[in-house]
Write a protein that binds this ligand. Structure first.
Ligand code: AHG
Ligand code: MN
Ligand code: MN
Ligand code: MN
Length: 335
């Protein structure tokens, strides 16, 4: 069904019937995300020229200093999705609580909730390094026409109907899945159109890149320390190469293309690691599995975790299948 150089708009229409529930609502939602991505891309590109870099002066629910672009991207995505009235609820890294969009009104029959990390890797903005946006989409579990509840957002990742990311890099790409593989679209900035440039993206079964913040080594569990040493050993095809950007989206994107593993483990200073299950790990896990990769918390499948909190954190091991399985082996050994 897909052919290179198809526009994202054409691709969405042509593949609409592949969606699990093809009412056209999910297509409209992906279209709205495409639009918001272009707006945010335009703003991110101006960083350095206008006063949009640096701290916004507020702290988010995670205790992080919000950057001006965190706030801007959050607003743009929420505005775009709210104005079009195509979702009944939104949860965001930058919002303490979920937002309900006319969900109590029986005239609004919208079925989907969206969870977003509006700007991923925001500590990289000031130094002109790639950042991203991550999104995750579910069908609500409570009846339409009644207010959305926390239950609609606290669903295990395996229930996702779509997920993806935008990477604002040397070029801007939108990469997403609706459960039928992963496709990547590159923005032609001259005409503001995304074109299918990376059809059927897949992680190589194994690779040579490991991505982890080794500055925290001393705090890592023994299994992770042992796996890092394994990566560095001169044996077979090792030592591997260490690459860590500090933007999950960018590290994931590179590893999917080249083959590699990304790890953000728990540590003696962060008992569940840093990354958030609902709007960082689950969408990336869905993409990884759809691209023949794997995503684990070190011991089991990320998408089978039953969430208990909106901003819940979880250890994250994600990438080429054989590499994730090897890291899990090391974790098991030191249980
Ligand atoms: P965010 O900018 O959305 O808060 O996410 C930052 C995350 C993730 O993108 C990245 O992989 C990780 O934080 C980096 O953390 P460290 O600086 O602790 O390595
Ligand atoms: Mn943040
Ligand atoms: Mn993030
Ligand atoms: Mn973020």
């Amino acid at each position: 069904m897909s052919r290179k150089n198809q526009t994202l708009g054409e691709f969405i229409i042509e593949n609409q019937t592949e969606f699990k529930y093809s009412s056209g609502e999910l297509s409209k939602l992906i279209n709205a995300i495409r639009l918001a991505a272009k707006v945010v891309n335009h703003e991110v590109n101006k960083a350095g020229l206008v006063d949009i870099i640096g701290a916004a002066g507020e702290t988010n629910v995670q205790g992080e200093d919000q950057q001006k672009l965190d706030v801007m991207a959050n607003e743009k995505f929420i505005q775009t999705l709210t104005k079009r009235e195509i979702v009944c609820g939104i949860a965001s890294e930058e919002e303490d609580d979920f937002i309900s969009i006319n969900s109590q009104d029986e005239n609004h029959q919208n079925k989907y909730v969206v969870l977003i990390d509006p700007l991923d890797g925001s500590s990289n903005i000031d130094v002109n390094v790639s950042v991203g946006t991550i999104f995750s989409i579910y069908r609500r579990v409570t009846p339409v026409g009644t207010p959305v509840t926390l239950q609609d957002f606290l669903q295990p990742g395996r229930n996702q109907v779509a997920a993806g990311y935008v990477i604002y890099g040397t070029s801007t790409m939108l990469v997403y899945t609706t459960g039928h593989g992963v496709n990547g679209f590159t923005l032609n900035p001259a005409i503001g159109t995304f074109y299918l440039s990376h059809p059927n993206m897949e992680f190589p079964e194994t690779g040579k890149i490991y991505s982890i913040n080794e500055g925290n080594y001393i705090h890592f569990p023994q299994g992770v320390k042992d796996y890092i040493k394994y990566c560095q050993m001169e044996e077979q095809d090792r030592p591997y190469t260490s690459r860590y950007i500090g933007s999950l989206v960018s590290d994931f994107h590179r590893n999917m293309i080249k083959g590699g593993i990304y790890i953000y483990p728990k540590s003696s200073v962060a008992s569940d690691g840093k990354l958030r299950l609902l709007y960082e790990c689950n969408p990336m896990a869905f993409l990884a599995e759809q691209a023949n990769g794997k995503a684990s918390d070190g011991f089991g499948r990320i998408m089978d975790i039953e969430p208990t909190e909106l901003h819940q954190r979880v250890p994250f091991f994600c990438g080429s299948r054989l590499m994730v399985e090897k890291a899990e082996e090391f974790m098991q050994k030191t249980l």
